[in-house]
Design a protein around this ligand. Structure first.
Ligand code: BTN
Length: 324
């Protein structure tokens, strides 16, 4: 029922309690209760006497057929399943928990309108209000050599940049290993997780969160500098962007499996936001290291120069901050 309320309000126009009640077959008091609960889903609602209710931020509900229409032929051919949910704990957890031995081949994707326990890197929470952003995960088979060669997480970030660029977003930057930035603020994040039992049968779960329009009530919960696409001055159809992201992910993972990181290194350099800048590296249980970022090595490790010596640091071991 609550999701029907959200879909009825999705276009951002005013609807009276009476009209909503008629559509849903419930009383005006029951409508009010549902509207009141929407802030729990991270949505801002305007209630105006005589006009009714409206969402502060209209959104386009996720639709499988619209996402599929934006897939490249190659991605459409490789995509074994595409699932859409109103609500999940986490799209990545869903793919992990529902992976069975029978569908070990093929790519699986899932998206959710709302994540109750969206996860970010290093144990952080990913703020996931209903409807207005993108939360998407992809499960792809990978060879052991592909995983060990390093750099997949950087390549995935390149896929997100490509998909955003193809929708008209310019001025993006990448902060190693895979944060997508716009004007020094985080626009999108990526979480890579490995699942599989060895014997050459691995899967990588790629989780992607992109901020399209962050409602105020949700924004208050974010503990780092952030931005959304609406502030970048671009209006993108949500389903179209999802299709573009899935297509680029399928393509780059395929190329990475065949050719490794090398073919992406120049592209990484073009977007590298921290190269030549002073950074602070935080390593678990050790003192922070400061130095100057010097790009990446052949395995995708971050090169940092400190006291005239340049050393590689691997994702997972360290977190990086710009040192001002
Ligand atoms: C980061 O900390 O930068 C990574 C954020 C990844 C968020 C996405 S949203 C879809 C998928 N499901 C999750 O629980 N997390 C990822």
């Amino acid at each position: 029922m609550r999701y029907r309320v959200m879909e009825l309000l999705a276009d951002g126009r005013f609807y009276s309690g009476e009209w909503l009640g008629q559509q849903l077959g419930i009383s005006r008091a029951a409508v009010w209760k549902h509207i009141h609960a929407l802030s729990g889903f991270g949505l801002d609602v305007h209630a105006v006497r005589g006009q009714g209710y409206r969402l502060a931020n209209p959104f386009q509900p996720l639709r499988k057929e619209l996402i599929r229409a934006s897939l490249t032929a190659e991605a459409a051919a490789q995509l074994h399943s595409l699932e859409i949910f109103q609500e999940l704990g986490s799209t990545s957890d869903h793919l992990k928990c529902t992976q069975s031995a029978n569908d070990s081949v093929g790519v699986r994707a899932c998206l959710a309108e709302w994540q109750s326990s969206g996860r970010g890197r290093r144990g952080r929470h990913w703020v996931s209000p209903y409807g207005t952003n993108l939360y998407l995960s992809l499960s792809v088979p990978m060879s052991e050599s592909g995983i060990q060669s390093g750099g997949l997480s950087l390549v995935v970030a390149i896929a997100i940049v490509r998909s955003l660029q193809s929708c008209g977003v310019e001025g993006l930057g990448l902060k190693w290993p895979n944060d997508i930035f716009y004007q020094e603020r985080k626009l999108a994040g990526i979480l890579l997780e490995l699942s599989g039992e060895g014997g050459g049968c691995y899967r990588v779960i790629i989780g992607v969160g992109i901020n399209l329009k962050m409602p105020d009530v949700a924004a208050r919960k974010i503990d780092q500098p952030w931005i959304d696409l609406s502030q970048c001055g671009v209006r993108i159809e949500r389903n179209h962007l999802a299709g573009r992201v899935l297509s680029e992910l399928v393509e780059v993972v395929d190329t990475f499996n065949k050719k490794g990181l090398d073919v992406f290194r120049k592209e990484w350099q073009r977007f590298d936001l921290i190269a030549g800048r002073k950074v602070k590296l935080h390593i678990d249980n050790a003192e922070a290291i400061t130095g100057v970022a010097r790009g990446i090595d052949a395995k995708g490790a971050l090169l940092v120069e400190n006291n005239g010596i340049t050393r590689p640091y691997h994702a997972g071991e360290v977190s990086v901050r710009l040192d001002s």
